[in-house]
Design a protein around this ligand. Structure first.
Ligand code: TRP
Length: 491
């Protein structure tokens, strides 16, 4: 046995600690920027409601019923319920995606560590958009610096995991999550006073569906899973430590609500600053690192507030990182390893893989996967003189994009190259493929292979109506919705 959370509240805090992290403060704003704003936000909210919340309840339920690491829990429950062996694979896939996610999560968390130092040194006092941009660019182009930060964050993560979830985490989360909320509210107060607030608000909440592509819908679904830590066993592992008598529904709703609130507030802080300073909302993973320093630079006492803020983001990332590793660590412990050895093994492998993400932002930036090369040609029709445009796309599984761009082209032709770096690839495969897939299997398993009675008993149902609604969602709505979005996105 791995121990039990002190109370329902401890579970809420730990699950919120897992859910609220870089996903809310770093990823949500930047993918919203890249996917055109409001319509994307709406899709994300819909995905949270129809897929995220029901699957989260199902996943925690499985964890509490099995009371083991996700791998062993799924093996035992699949056998017990006469489900195909395939379902015992959910746990395995989760452990593998945990390595992938932890590897790049730690690299990005390293950036936030760097920003604690940058802000504390007063680097951004009175900074313009240019200064903030150059500072970020400088950080990314330094692989050794990134590696050092990545290493430091992984050590922090390993330290808490090795001590066991209870003593390592409970106390820090209890104190620090409320502080993070306070800081966000303070920053929101600042962003309301900026001239770009209305524009930022409109960007987030005006639904222009012409900007929505199939790809954005897939990203919205993937993010709903990522931000709630779903589909790979993290929240299942936490569910395994949940007290037996606590009711699932209310608990999970509280966690999902807090998580969504933090993401929306982060968006409301960042976009007004983006628009007030003429920055680009679609600037990708660097978005918060190029906007927030400007706000701190302009605020009285900004050096102190900014430092504290990034410290809190580090802590939010920290409490999330721990949950990403938990499924694999718990499994190793069940197989006879000491907690310390298990932690070391998991963190070391993820650290090693993380080097690929470190290099994605500098030395390996050109080495890309899933590269689509599009060549557009414009020729004048010989008889009429009219311009005829045509375009042709070639797909490369892997290519060096600089070399590709350097290949000679015919006159009047233009080439555009779009691919994924190693970091992009891991992010895409985990959030947009593995986690939704895990989610479908979890929903189908709980909805179709477990009996209504055993599910109801485990959920400690208080309201039969709400239970029926949830069960209907898990049986029909969630798996079908995830499946459709998933297949659409791959085609
Ligand atoms: N939800 C966290 C965030 O938004 C990240 C996270 C924690 C996670 N545990 C996870 C993501 C498990 C995927 C799977 O930052």
């Amino acid at each position: 046995m791995h121990g039990i959370w002190g109370s329902r509240w401890t579970f809420i805090l730990a699950a919120t600690g897992s859910a609220v992290g870089l996903g809310n403060i770093w990823k949500f704003p930047y993918i919203t920027g890249e996917n055109g704003g409001g319509a994307f936000v709406l899709m994300y909210l819909v995905c949270i409601l129809i897929a995220g919340v029901p699957v989260m309840m199902a996943e925690v339920l499985l964890g509490r019923k099995g009371r083991m690491s996700p791998i062993h829990t799924m093996q035992a429950l699949a056998r017990e319920n006469n489900a195909p062996r395939l379902f015992s694979g959910i746990g395995w896939m989760g452990a593998v995606s945990g390595f992938f996610i932890l590897s790049f999560y730690s690299v990005i968390a390293g950036w936030t560590l760097a920003y604690v130092g940058k802000l504390a040194s007063g680097e951004f006092a009175g900074a313009t958009g240019e200064v903030a941009k150059a500072s970020f660019g400088g950080l990314l182009s330094d692989p050794w610096m990134l590696l050092g930060l990545h290493t430091f964050f992984m050590l922090m993560t390993g330290f808490v995991i090795a001590r066991g979830v209870k003593h390592g985490l409970e106390d820090s989360v209890r104190l620090l999550m409320p502080m993070l909320f306070l800081m966000l509210i303070l920053l929101l107060g600042y962003s309301i006073t900026t001239p770009g607030f209305v524009q930022g608000w409109d960007f987030l909440f005006t639904f222009d569906f012409s900007k929505l592509t199939t790809h954005s819908v897939v990203v919205a679904l993937g993010h709903a899973f990522f931000t709630l830590s779903l589909g790979m066993g993290a929240i299942m592992a936490y569910g395994a430590y949940m007290p037996a008598q606590a009711s699932l529904g209310k608990t999970i709703l509280a966690v999902a609500f807090l998580d969504t609130l933090v993401a929306l507030v982060a968006g409301l802080i960042i976009f007004p600053i983006v628009f007030s300073h003429g920055l680009e909302p679609a600037s990708g993973p660097g978005l918060i690192f190029q906007t927030l320093p400007i706000a701190f630079g302009a605020l009285p006492g900004g050096t102190l507030i900014g430092t504290v803020f990034f410290v809190l983001v580090v802590i939010a990332a920290w409490s999330s990182a721990i949950s990403i590793a938990e499924p694999a660590v718990a499994w190793a412990v069940e197989n006879g390893f000491s907690r310390a050895k298990a932690t070391f093994g998991v963190c070391f492998l993820a650290w090693l893989l993380g080097i690929g993400s470190v290099l994605s932002f500098n030395d390996w930036g050109d080495e890309q996967f899933f590269v689509t090369e599009t060549i557009a040609t414009t020729v004048a029709d010989a008889s009429t003189g009219e311009e005829i445009q045509s375009s042709e796309s070639v797909f490369h599984l892997y290519a060096n994009t600089t070399e590709l761009n350097a290949e000679p082209l015919a006159d009047g032709a233009e080439r555009s190259v779009k691919g994924k770096t190693f970091f992009d690839l891991l992010d895409f495969i985990t959030a947009n493929v593995m986690m939704p897939l895990g989610g479908v299997f979890i929903a189908i398993f709980v909805g179709w292979f477990m009996s209504r009675e055993s599910v109801a008993a485990e959920a400690r149902v208080k309201s039969p109506l709400l239970f029926n609604i949830w069960r209907f969602m898990v049986r029909y709505i969630s798996p079908v919705a995830i499946f459709i979005i998933f297949v659409e996105g791959l085609s």
